[in-house]
Structures are given as structure tokens and as C-alpha cells.
Design a protein around this ligand. Structure first.
Ligand code: CMX
Ligand code: CO
Length: 135
């Protein structure tokens, strides 16, 4: 079974979500397709669509959140790569069986009604990985 069907999105941590949205709007020449506050993840996100994938701008809801800590330590930049998978529970089982360190043992609710789970950066060359299943 292939690991994933596409790159769903690239997550980018930003200090000022409105300012970053304006910058991306002008550079990409397109309006964002979605904006949502996801309290369970401590973020507000803005999505720009590129082909069948997205750029996800992430503003932190506070300093004691994953993105807030990242911004304090590293500053703005790429935060994670999200892979689109058909069966997130099966993918988590496969990774767990391979001894790969998971952040989320079970899937959670993401934005746009998706189901998501995070995998620790140690397994992916220092890049935090998110799995996304539509619906
Ligand atoms: N990418 C790569 N490495 C990262 C990282 C990231 N995004 N965030 C933290 N790290 C590294 C730190 O640099 C640090 O490394 P060192 O120990 O070498 O210094 C280590 O992880 C621990 O750092 P920390 O500040 O203690 O990090 P946290 O307590 O925030 O834990 C992580 C890190 C990945 C487990 C946590 O950020 C997490 O649970 N992330 C998943 C949820 C999430 O990121 N939600 C926001 C996005 C929501 C969305 O996309 O929908
Ligand atoms: Co994401």
C-alpha cells in the first residue's frame, strides 16, 4: 500500500496571520479558500489552494501552544508537511509497527472536517509530519 496519495499541505508558522495572509494573497494573486480557528490545536489557519494541495498559514492562539512555542524558539518558518492518506488509522498502525514515534496515538478532528494525526519530527529528517484524511 502506498504511504500517501498527495502532499495535502505545507504548514507555515507566522507571527501575524493577517499580515502574512495579505502578503501571500498578493504574491500568489489569489484569495484564501478557507480560514478557521482550531482551538484544539491552538491555531488559527488560513489556506491558499495550489493545485490539489494547500499552503496553510498558522497563527498561534497563545504562547503555550505548539505553534507559539515554535515561533518563540525558531521564529517564522516551515512548521510541518502534511501527507494526504486514505486510511489514517491504518497508516498510524503501520508507522507504530515500524517503531516510528507518534505524537498522536489516535486520530483527531482537524479543520475542514478532516481527520488528522501528527508524527514526531525525529522520524522524518527533523520535519514534523501531519497525516490528513478527508472527511
Ligand atoms: N518541526 C520540527 N521540530 C520541532 C517542531 C516542528 N514543528 N516543533 C518542535 N520541534 C522540536 C524542537 O526544536 C525541539 O527540538 P530539540 O529538543 O532538539 O531542541 C523539540 O522538538 C521539542 O521542542 P518543544 O518546544 O519542547 O516542542 P513541543 O513541546 O511543542 O513539542 C511537538 C513538539 C512536535 C511534539 C508539538 O509541537 C506537537 O505536538 N505538535 C503537533 C500539533 C501541532 O503542531 N499543531 C499545530 C498545527 C495544527 C494543524 O496543522 O492543523
Ligand atoms: Co497542518
Amino acid at each position: 500500500m502506498q504511504f500517501a496519495t498527495a502532499i495535502d499541505h505545507v504548514g507555515i508558522a507566522v507571527d501575524d496571520l493577517d499580515a502574512a495572509t495579505d502578503r501571500y494573497r498578493s504574491i500568489l494573486g489569489a484569495e484564501p479558500v478557507h480560514r478557521e480557528r482550531v482551538d484544539s490545536q491552538g491555531v488559527e489557519e488560513v489556506l491558499f489552494q495550489i493545485g490539489d494541495s494547500y499552503v496553510q498559514l498558522l497563527g498561534a492562539l497563545g504562547p503555550e501552544t505548539a505553534v507559539g512555542r515554535f515561533l518563540a524558539k525558531r521564529g517564522e518558518g516551515m512548521h510541518h508537511v502534511a501527507y494526504r492518506v486514505d486510511d489514517i488509522a491504518a497508516t498510524l498502525d503501520t508507522l507504530r509497527a515500524a517503531g516510528i514515534r507518534l505524537v498522536d496515538e489516535t486520530p483527531r478532528r482537524g479543520s475542514r472536517g478532516t481527520t488528522i494525526a501528527f508524527v514526531h519530527p525525529s522520524a522524518f529528517g527533523g520535519v514534523l509530519v501531519e497525516l490528513v484524511q478527508e472527511g
